[in-house]
Ligand binder design. Structure first.
Ligand code: NAD
Ligand code: TYD
Length: 352
């Protein structure tokens, strides 16, 4: 089988390829990525010289480039990860989100429609639980929850989901969609909560918690998400949507405290020295209060369940960042420092 993976130099795409390229030597994996700020080819070390793997620099928002790649590779399966993925960046500059997440998804759907042999092929769209908006104190998102996105990021992902369903209903394109909760793990760009806090704590920089830190997310270890996607590809129903979550809900402040505890244990420093760095800063506009996922459908139909607990996944993640400082340095030579200045500069802060 020929598999086009978009966004495979980013966090989840790279972890997906790290798991599956060695597992399925009989399949050919083609990684299409524009190598944007959140990508890192070093995330593919170990598989990048495999005979069943090839990388091509392609911007999915350029339809000729997408068409050309599809014409050449004639994929049987597309796993679409490529996206602008960071909520805070979408607030500061939404244009790229519309371009990649909506126009890019449209270009891929059109190319799949053109090049999949009639009645065959599968387009797997990787999406987020943020399309459902915010929950109150109770309840969880099911596949029937109403779309109600809050940020330019989640609105652009919601639009992508709608396009995928429309291409299925109108043109009969075989599609599947997964909507997953917050991921964490190795190779995540350090603008997201968990790697940002790990690296700031290591460098004794302030740990910026938005608002009161009461916002709650459902966390899933990245390998569990990748296995969920593969389980849906293999066992899920065509045209169907599957919600994926870790059934581990925590407030942001408790996540940051857990990071301080595990990091103190791993490095032998005092936990208090790290928790003293916690700094409450101005809130994110339109900040969703709570996400929680009901994964009953994928568990029942695809036999999937997460393997990691949050504690075991967090330990693996922290260990990875401690052992891979050169990966972090490669990322930081890009516009990372400028972004930190732009995002946190004007928020105002006070220590806990
Ligand atoms: P990421 O930002 O780490 O990686 C995205 C990758 O897409 C990067 O390598 C980037 O270069 C590439 N890309 C961006 N624009 C592109 C373009 N125009 N053409 C080609 N490539 C482009 O994101 P991630 O966290 O790995 O997320 C991957 C997917 O999973 C996204 O679709 C995201 O919406 C979804 N998702 C993420 C999470 C999460 O917690 N990270 C949770 C649920 C769903
Ligand atoms: P993030 O990792 O950006 O994921 P998402 O916005 O897609 O859920 O943020 C996770 C939570 O952490 C979210 O509620 C915002 C909060 N947060 C902070 O409190 N401080 C930070 O510096 C960042 C990046 C996020």
């Amino acid at each position: 089988m020929k598999i086009i993976v978009t966004g495979g130099a980013g966090f989840i795409g790279a972890n997906f390829l790290q798991l599956l390229v060695p597992r399925f030597r009989q399949h050919q994996f083609i990684n299409l990525d524009s190598l944007g700020y959140a990508s890192n080819l070093a995330s593919l070390e170990g598989i990048d010289d495999s005979p069943n793997y090839v990388f091509e620099k392609v911007d999915i928002a350029e339809h000729e480039a997408v068409d050309e790649a599809f014409a050449r590779h004639r994929p049987d399966l597309v796993v679409h990860f490529a996206a602008e993925s960071h909520v805070d960046r979408s607030i500061v500059g939404p244009r790229e989100f519309i371009r990649t997440n909506i126009e890019g998804t449209f270009n891929l759907l059109e190319a799949a429609r053109k090049y999949f042999a009639s009645g065959s092929g599968l387009f797997h769209h990787v999406s987020t639980d943020e399309v459902y908006g915010s929950l109150g104190e109770v309840g969880s998102f099911t596949e029937e929850s109403r779309y109600d996105p809050s940020s330019p990021y989640s609105a652009s992902k919601a639009a992508g989901d709608h396009l995928v369903r429309a291409w299925s209903r109108t043109y009969g394109l075989p599609v599947k969609i997964t909507n997953c909760s917050n991921n964490y793990g190795p190779r995540q760009f350090p603008e997201k909560l968990i790697p940002l806090m790990v690296l700031h704590a290591l460098e004794r920089k302030p740990l910026p918690v938005y608002g009161q830190g009461r916002n709650t997310r459902d966390w899933l270890y990245v390998d569990d998400h990748c296995e969920a996607i593969w389980a849906v590809i293999e066992k899920g129903r065509v045209g169907e949507t599957y919600n994926v979550g870790g059934s581990f809900e925590a407030r942001n402040i408790d996540i940051v405290r857990s990071i301080c505890r595990v990091l103190a244990e791993c490095t032998g420093c005092s936990e208090g020295e790290l928790t003293d760095l916690i700094t409450f800063v101005g809130d994110r506009p339109g900040h969703d209060l709570r996400y929680a996922i009901d994964s009953t459908r994928i568990r029942r139909e695809c036999g999937w369940a997460p393997r990691e607990t949050f504690e075991s996944g967090l330990r693996k993640t922290i260990r990875w960042y401690l052992d891979n400082r050169s990966w972090v340095e490669q990322i930081r030579t890009r516009d990372y420092t400028g972004w930190i200045e732009r995002n946190y500069g004007g928020r105002g802060d006070h220590r806990e």
